[in-house]
Design a protein. Sequence first.
Length: 367
Amino acid sequence: MSDVTFMQLAFALAQQAAGNTSPNPAVGAVLVKDGKIIAQGHTHPAGEQHAEVHALQQAGDDAKGSTLYVTLEPCAHYGRTPPCSKAIVDAGVAEVHYAVGDPNPKVNGRGRKYLQDHGVRVYANVQPDAGLDQNRAFFHYVTHGLPHVTLKYAMTLDGKISTVAGESKWITGSDARQHGHILRNRSDAILVGVDTIIADDPQLTTRLDLDKVNHPLRVVLDSTLRIPLSAKVLSPELPGNTLLVTTAAADPAKEAALVAAGIAVVQTDTDRHGRVDIHSMLRLLAERDVVSLMVEGGAQVLGSFVSSGVAQEIWTFIAPKIVGGATAKTPVGGDGIAVLQNALQFEIKEVNRFGPDLWIRSQLPQA
């Protein structure tokens, strides 16, 4: 097996951890000795083993003289756990290949230097594009101090998210909806506006047949607290947590009733329309260690994120259907633009088919 093959296995291991490591990145590690894999590991939830330590503990004394393939530069600082670079040196690993450097100021080359200073051969940034892409949310969070924002919606071939009567269940088929839950499972938080809660009363949970399921933080934008107390997202029986983001215009009595029911409510600044200010809300989520945020709409909310210029990525599901209607809603509302050259230009990074439907992952070039 080649260096590339070992690193590809490390990437696959990292993907297994996606959605369960935040605010840490999802990392995979493979230990090789005499051309054979002797151990492998991936990041555990925050405060538990990092990928390198997971693999080293499996290998035990066999780690001495081995080669480590890891998807991110090993850490070199004490956080919730001791530094991986020290564990690598202590285990007697002879050589380390890592896909991409860690931009975290506490690491950012320090892991590489520590290893080299202690006699470990280091091959750095051997697959930087793949490393960056796999942990793109973490890289954005570390470098900007804000959650990585992905807009997600399902639409018809003619760009509609509902019929003229407002019917939207279901635009896409079961395979596409299943993939949507996989994407939820990899996200720290999922966000909708209160109009979606009032119209559809969704649970916003992850429904997957897995041993361990991640239920993202449910974030509801509700500038005046119009949410019904009977809304499913407020049920104490739901797994995961719900956060209501409102403004000073909220009814104090309604807020008190929600808080008394055990619901988390926070106030932020308002935008020029008197609604929750998106930038303030993102800073609030960053303080709560939300690294990746999936915005599911509706159209007004998606429009607010677009006009605020804070979306790094779009996940678009397209069903091969035509519904028509001049008043049927399209995915992104708001004021829109007047000049085409001012449109946000995204790059298509991935296209997949789920049953009859297409899924497109698009990304801002600078992201």
